[in-house]
Write a protein that binds this ligand. Sequence first.
Ligand code: PLP
Length: 357
Amino acid sequence: MANIEIKLNQNCKPIPATDKLGFGVHFSDHMLVMDYNLEKGWHGARVEPYGPIQIDPSMMALHYGQAIFEGMKAFRATDGNINLFRAQDHFQRFNKSARRVCIPELDVDEILAGLKELLKVDHKWVPSDLGTALYIRPFIFATDQFLGVRPSHTYKLMIILSPVGAYYAEGFNPVKIMAEDEYVRAVRGGIGEIKTPGNYAASLLAAVKAQKKGFTQVLWLDAHELKWLEEVGTMNIMVKIGDEVITPPLNGSILPGITRDSTIKMLKSWNIPVAEKQISIDEVMQAGKDGSLKEMFGTGTAAVISPVGSIHYKDSDAIINNGKVGELSQKLFDEITAIQYGTKSDIYNWIDTVKVP
Ligand SMILES: *Cc1c(COP(=O)(O)O)cnc(C)c1O
């Protein structure tokens, strides 16, 4: 992306105070836009003022959901520069999502260069208080004006930026989750292993049901037997039983989380036994009863590590570690965030530094 056009916003907004950020409600002054058509492929990368776009009511993405997205973060490093976390891996996963729903792939180096340009333009939007970050949302949608089901011939890519507050401003708060034994999130061979909007539409009803019953997240079980753990909400799930950490394998219906991968790499480097293997809800509830279920946590970009305090399944409940944050959950959270903010050295090569102009 040698010559990316930059059109500056003449109407920049005030940047919200860090304690008023929340998650995904404020957006920066600029966005990256790129188009695809059959003649030119992906082209026309440009930084533009953030704002509404015009779409035709017949635009295919609105009707058939041919769209994908990513979610990653940038952090204000202690030296004032911007630390972009595993961006290359996120764009590679973006391409994997693209392939599954017949969206043309991007050049990873080119899109990464485009994102860095955008970050330089909007660098003031990267908050600096501990726990805060800039959430980065790349997405692509089908733009043909057509009401037939086929892959679109045209697409739009956008990257928007949202400063987000500390997820755990009041400290870790372990969540109460409910194992869902009626609805399922995804099936093997389907689209559960990619970030495409339909998966999230499919998850809403169960989430509402769980919230009505007083639980914050849904623990998803597999679609075939309603028996094996899959994910929790929009995070991957890990359980520590005895001395071993267990997480379900990437079998085709589970999203291959980057935080999941970071966690596995850190556990291995600490010589903590970690297994990617199927684990059933009955085993987990039994381990809860006999005291061998030591910790349970979700992993994902937004929360990083989200400790689980209790699980509800059918008529029984398991309380984990007295509803308190486990030692390992805390250690994982501290280690990964230290690398993200640059207070610990980047031994895994996860950080791309963007120098602030
Ligand atoms: C994004 C996502 C995750 C977590 O992935 P990260 O790369 O760690 O953010 C897990 N499950 C689902 C369903 C997701 O959409």
